[in-house]
Design a protein. Structure first.
Length: 255
């Protein structure tokens, strides 16, 4: 049975899709299809480890075997995730992509409107009151601290999205070395454009997009862009006033 020896655990809306697709270009790296197996969270834990292993059946001979599920760093939801990972996979490596926490929060809010977590007119303040899942992924140390009860700090490599975009070759070299594979200068960062056109879709199209889980990641992302551009209306980029910005930063900064 082949299981992952590394996980890309988030953060949500911080570039995990781009990094996962880029890692998959390397000859010695195997990334699961679909990208987000979400096995250790409530979504699929009941499926069992044999179900999980099926997604890595073709990974024989690869030095680095991984999957990317941002749901693993959305505490306080699913507090058992770090323990489940440790007991199932042992002493693996962890990649954690972060970005400016306020920018990540606003992107997550935009994503929530796109996927109709709330009515389209829901202001950010109200959305934050309705769910902790918008803010909590931006509390990076809080998320990391849950795992450090079961792992060593040397098992972690933190990647800043800003570094990945500004210095992709250098940043990817560091990631590949951490995973124990050789740097590959021919690999280029894969950009995920799925969030560029943030649009609210008609219900019928939303249901159609839900079928995307049946498609491979690359085809799904391209199809999602086409459907979105043809069928949706724009979700405006969130704007917050200075007082609310300071309030959010006060909440995030201690972390």
């Amino acid at each position: 049975m082949i299981l992952p020896n590394f996980l890309l655990v988030g953060a949500e809306k911080a570039g995990t899709t781009s990094l996962s697709a880029t890692l998959g270009q390397h000859a010695d790296v195997f990334m699961s299809e679909p990208k987000e197996l979400r096995f250790f969270s409530y979504h699929n834990w009941d499926q069992g480890v044999d179900w999980y292993a099926e997604h890595f059946a073709a990974a024989s001979g690869f030095r680095a075997v991984g999957e990317a599920s941002p749901t693993y760093t959305k505490a306080p939801r699913d507090p058992e995730i770090p323990r489940r990972i440790r007991e199932t996979l042992g002493d693996i490596r962890y990649l954690y992509v972060v970005r400016d926490p306020l920018t990540r929060l606003l992107s997550n809010y935009q994503h929530a409107l796109l996927h109709k977590w709330f009515p389209p007119s829901t202001p950010l303040e109200e959305a934050l009151e309705r769910t902790e899942l918008l803010l909590s992924p931006s509390l990076y140390y809080f998320q990391l601290s849950r795992f450090l009860e079961f792992t060593g700090a040397d098992q972690w490599h933190i990647v800043a999205l800003e570094d990945l975009v500004a210095r992709p070759a250098e940043t990817l070299d560091q990631v590949f070395r951490f995973l124990g594979v050789s740097p590959s200068p021919d690999i280029r960062l894969t950009h995920d454009n799925a969030t560029i056109d943030q649009q609210i879709l008609p219900d019928a199209v939303t249901r159609l997009r839900g079928m995307g889980s049946l498609l491979p990641d690359g085809i799904r992302n391209r199809a999602r862009l086409v459907v979105t551009r043809l069928s949706g209306r724009q979700v405006p980029r969130p704007v917050i006033d200075e007082a609310h910005r300071r309030e959010l930063l006060a909440t995030i900064s201690p972390d």
